[in-house]
Design a protein around this ligand. Sequence first.
Ligand SMILES: Cc1cc2nc3c(=O)[nH]c(=O)nc-3n(C[C@H](O)[C@H](O)[C@H](O)COP(=O)(O)OP(=O)(O)OC[C@H]3O[C@@H](n4cnc5c(N)ncnc54)[C@H](O)[C@@H]3O)c2cc1C
Length: 309
Amino acid sequence: MTILIVAEHDHHELKPATRSAVTAATALGGDIHLLITGHGVDKVAQAAAKVQGVTRVRVVDDLAYAHGLPENLAPLLVRIAPDYTTVMAAADSFGKNLLPRVAALLDVAVVSEITQIVDQNTFVRPIYAGNLNATVQTTDAIKVLTVRATSFPAAPDGGVAAIDTLPTTGDAGLSAWLSTEIQPTDRVELSTARVVVSGGRALGSAEQFQQVLAPLAAKLNAALGATRAAVDAGYAPNEWQVGQTGTVVAPDLYIAVGVSGAVQHLAGMKDSRVIVAINHDPDAPIFQWADYGLVADLFETVKELEHNL
Ligand SMILES: Cc1cc2nc3c(=O)[nH]c(=O)nc-3n(C[C@H](O)[C@H](O)[C@H](O)COP(=O)(O)OP(=O)(O)OC[C@H]3O[C@@H](n4cnc5c(N)ncnc54)[C@H](O)[C@@H]3O)c2cc1C
């Protein structure tokens, strides 16, 4: 049994979510190969070879892969996949963009966002916005899985894998990368932050979102998160959205400020170790999940909390 994990990286470092996929693969057993695609990926290939549990790093270096376009990567995966029993990636935007396409081309199912491995064919995955866990079994010859990173710890360094190179399948000519807009930030990344401060629609405006929550987040070295209602209202950027259709987080501490606690939001944060909620409505559903709840006006409370920290 040999498993292929499609790595996500920034051409320098592996994303922590890919390391979580390695931990999940370790639970499956067998050899673990990490596929590094991109252009000028020597450094990240060297880093990948050090990840504990990885037995081989496979590198495909081509400008066509530099921006992770799934239209170019899928034919490559389809060519390599028959050598493997399982093809995996983290269930983040990169993996969710790529693996369904690969599964469709291989004519197999994709088992998405697994949170537990029962055996080599049987996996647990959340359904109904995380309210139920389904145990699913696949009999496909090649299993295609995406892994919920928050359910598996990141594999540490400590390995010494061999590195080899594979030929490219080149540009499929189906899409072209035009530009990427990245907002420069010195903030902690949301998906891997140990503390998250999230705000809801109650913040009232983008200015107030920043003014009220940013000082608290800075003091706690926290990432900022938001509800979809706050994002839709333009108070926070899309990439801050936590929830069913946003990022799934499981930090040590999650502070929900003016967040109602709708199931779609809970789906993204209810596995946080400690949840603190500030809401002026004592009947807000978030209090059913909070370890600590404060029934209070957020505009008075957050400033006071930040001041006293
Ligand atoms: C298919 C689908 C997918 C979705 N995906 C997501 C998702 O990924 N993430 C997500 O978050 N939502 C998602 N939603 C939306 C979700 O259903 C809720 O609408 C949303 O989470 C509500 O956001 P909110 O709590 O900010 O807003 P509201 O529901 O408006 O709640 C605001 C809360 O703030 C409190 N409040 C108001 N003023 C104050 C104050 N001054 N001080 C203290 N408390 C105050 C109120 O009591 C209330 O509880 C999805 C919905 C659908 C249908």
